[in-house]
Design a protein around this ligand. Structure first.
Ligand code: NAD
Ligand code: IPM
Ligand code: MN
Length: 365
């Protein structure tokens, strides 16, 4: 079979440090499991590109990227050079919308060997997926500023929910829940206070639930839901949320599971009309960038999700198993990064996981 084509976009800050470790592990997986990946790296979607060109993306980015099988993305944002809303609306958010990546799938899993800030929790008790709506909702470009500079200065930004947009992400979440052993789905809402869009979200959840009688459905308002992530993480299996609520929950979940440094995300176009994009949940981390201490596992777990998406299931499973195996050895026995209590570097941890993947391939024959 032909090689899968991967567009590699490191972006800014620690994106440039963790992406090479993701590629290192992808190479190990391809070698061990006998398939080919053809990469092409792009320097756009970065502050450097902005400084050089005054834009975040070239005019033909859509045509340039659309033929790739997947996009392997680091992080974008360098607020000292370009304001965050400019860099993000100029790049990542364009990709999500342009390529109709309407599902943002983000696992939270407490891994063996990782210390959770939640006292007394062990791995099986924190293991759920956040399914985040990724193309509409609170992230809308509809709104504006009027009477600027006067005392009547007013700003507005509309939340947009469409039936197609809400139903398609709900369907994905229900399908996922139906395949999981617990078959449980929790909806994040705020229909007590946000009185138009959120009651609509609840209505569509109730309608979809009728089609999935085997799925056990509940819902919480976002405020108490965040509390329950901390108090009762074992309650959750699949959590479906609007764009903003899903954004918040997908940092909170991984923090409860020890560190946001290991959390991956898949921005998926389920119909495969366009490439899906795989990026860690975290950002460019300017506070630690350039020191070689960023945790590469979020990016490496993205590699596992991308391999699954490309149909290399055994390789994807081997990458996840390698992550688990290296984490389980703990900071004394493995070169874990400082966020995991160790003193390993980004490259040492990446190399350790790549080696475990190569070994798994050899064992699998
Ligand atoms: P951040 O995720 O970059 O960092 C938050 C905190 O977590 C920092 O203390 C950082 O050091 C730590 N951290 C993050 N990733 C880590 C890793 N892999 N290993 C160890 N520690 C890690 O969030 P922020 O500070 O709010 O944002 C910084 C920039 O990144 C901003 O420009 C923001 O807009 C952007 N951002 C981009 C994305 C993305 O590209 N998907 C996501 C979030 C934030
Ligand atoms: C994420 C990020 C982005 C988001 C930002 C950087 C626009 O926080 O991928 O979670 O809000 O979606
Ligand atoms: Mn986020």
């Amino acid at each position: 079979p032909d090689a899968n084509t991967i567009a590699v976009i490191p972006g800014d800050g620690i994106g440039k440090e963790v992406v090479p470790e993701g590629v290192r592990v992808l190479d190990a997986a391809a070698g061990a499991f006998g398939f080919e990946l053809a990469y092409r790296e792009f320097d756009f979607a970065s502050a450097d590109y902005w400084t050089r060109t005054g834009t975040m993306l070239p005019g033909d980015w859509f045509e340039t990227l659309r033929g790739f099988d997947a996009i392997f993305f680091g992080a974008v944002g360098w607020p000292q050079v370009v304001p965050d809303h400019v860099s993000l609306w100029g790049s990542l958010l364009q990709f999500r919308r342009g390529f109709d990546q309407y599902v943002n799938l983000r696992p939270t899993r407490l891994m063996p060997g990782v210390a959770s800030p939640l006292a007394g929790r062990s791995p099986g008790e924190v293991d759920f997926w956040v399914v985040r709506e990724n193309t509409e909702g609170e992230y809308s470009s509809i709104g504006g500023r009027i009477f600027e500079g006067t005392e009547r200065e007013t700003v507005m930004q509309e939340t947009v929910m469409t039936r197609v947009g809400v139903d398609r992400v709900l369907r994905f979440a229900f399908e996922l829940a139906a395949r999981r052993p617990r078959r449980k789905l929790t909806s994040a809402t705020k229909s007590n206070g946000i009185s138009v869009t959120m009651p609509y979200w609840d209505e569509r959840v109730a309608a979809m639930a009728q089609q999935y009688p085997q799925v056990d459905v509940d819902q919480f308002h976002i405020d108490i839901l965040t509390a329950n992530f901390v108090l009762h993480p074992d309650w959750f299996d699949v959590v479906v949320a609007s764009n903003l609520f899903g954004d918040i929950l997908s940092d909170l979940g991984p923090a409860c599971a020890g560190t946001i440094g290991i959390a991956p995300s898949a921005n998926i176009n389920p119909e495969r009309r366009f490439p899906s994009l795989f990026e860690p949940v975290h950002g460019s981390a300017p506070d630690i960038a350039g020191r070689g201490i960023a945790n590469p596992i979020g990016q490496i777990w993205c590699a596992a999700m991308m391999l699954d998406h490309l149909g290399h299931d055994a390789a994807g499973a081997a990458v996840l198993a390698a992550i688990e195996q290296v984490l389980a050895r703990g900071p004394e026995q493995a070169p874990l990064t400082p966020d995991l209590g160790g003193s390993g570097t980004t490259a040492e941890l990446g190399a350790e996981i790549a080696e475990a993947v190569a070994g798994a391939g050899a064992a699998a024959g």
